[in-house]
Design a protein around this ligand. Structure first.
Ligand SMILES: [Zn+2]
Length: 258
């Protein structure tokens, strides 16, 4: 079991990492850890996450009331409190604005395609919560339906929140979300996306249990979106194949005329 002092240095370290990776600018983002006594150790408002020291952090109770610390608590603490309330298994949360994943959030696009095996295994998918003004009940209500079933959520026109059983895991999930957003964007630039099939996804979910990944995932028609089953009686052709068939048919007609 880690001491409160160790948790403080873990938050400072994760702050440096999210800043170094460019996942936050200026005073963006916040990080928290649920302590053994149920209180929450978190980053304060108006501070660069790359340059914090242990003494800058504050402690609040389960209702968000200050317990200790010289600085003001982050305005986004309500989002953290809701996640801790709905997910007893979660002991740490990272919220940041990584540019590519936040781009998806600003484009109104969830990261829900079955494109990368590792991501399907870890997250199932990363849903998009509707927009809610930061620091208000709008934001907490927007994420509420997704928290019980997903470990990472895109916040529309805002950023990303990820969580796990410790702050390093929560941060690793933030890295995976941003990395996957870049891969997804690359497939869009290339103009081609080959999705895994529902069979592939089922096998990954079995493997998931073997690896001991316990985080819940609610699967649906769109989480993750898989390759559509070929419909009986229909065929799939590439553009080149279709052009070849039409050319061959025209060739036949030309011969018939002569
Ligand atoms: Zn934010």
């Amino acid at each position: 079991m880690k001491s409160v002092e160790q948790h403080r240095s873990d938050i400072v370290e994760i702050g440096r990492r999210v800043y170094r990776l460019g996942y936050v600018a200026a005073y963006d983002g916040n990080i928290s850890i649920r302590l053994e006594d149920g209180n929450i150790l978190c980053t304060p408002t108006a501070i660069s996450k790359g340059y914090m020291s242990e003494g800058d952090l504050v402690i609040v109770n389960g209702e968000g009331k200050m317990v200790s610390g010289a600085r003001k608590v982050s305005s986004e603490i309500a989002m953290h409190l809701l996640i801790y309330k709905l997910r007893p298994d979660v002991l740490a949360i990272v919220h940041a604005h990584p540019p590519c994943a936040t781009g998806y959030a600003a484009a109104g696009m969830p990261l829900n395609k079955a494109l990368v095996a590792e991501v399907v295994m870890t997250f199932g998918c990363i849903p998009l919560a509707p927009y809610g003004t930061t620091g208000t009940a709008e934001l907490t209500e927007a994420i509420r339906p997704f928290v019980p079933s997903y470990d990472g959520i895109l916040l529309a026109n805002h950023g990303v929140v990820t969580y796990g059983s410790d702050v390093y895991q929560a941060h690793a999930k933030m890295e995976t979300v941003e990395h996957f957003a870049r891969i997804s964007l690359t497939t869009r630039i290339l103009g081609k996306e080959v999705l895994l099939t529902s069979d592939d996804v089922s096998k990954l979910l079995v493997a998931r249990e073997k690896y001991g990944i316990k985080a819940p995932v609610k699967l649906s028609d769109t989480c993750p979106t898989v390759q559509p089953e070929p419909v009986e009686g229909t065929i799939t052709l590439t553009k080149e194949e279709l052009v070849d068939i039409i050319q061959a048919a025209l060739e036949c007609l030309r011969h018939e005329k002569h």
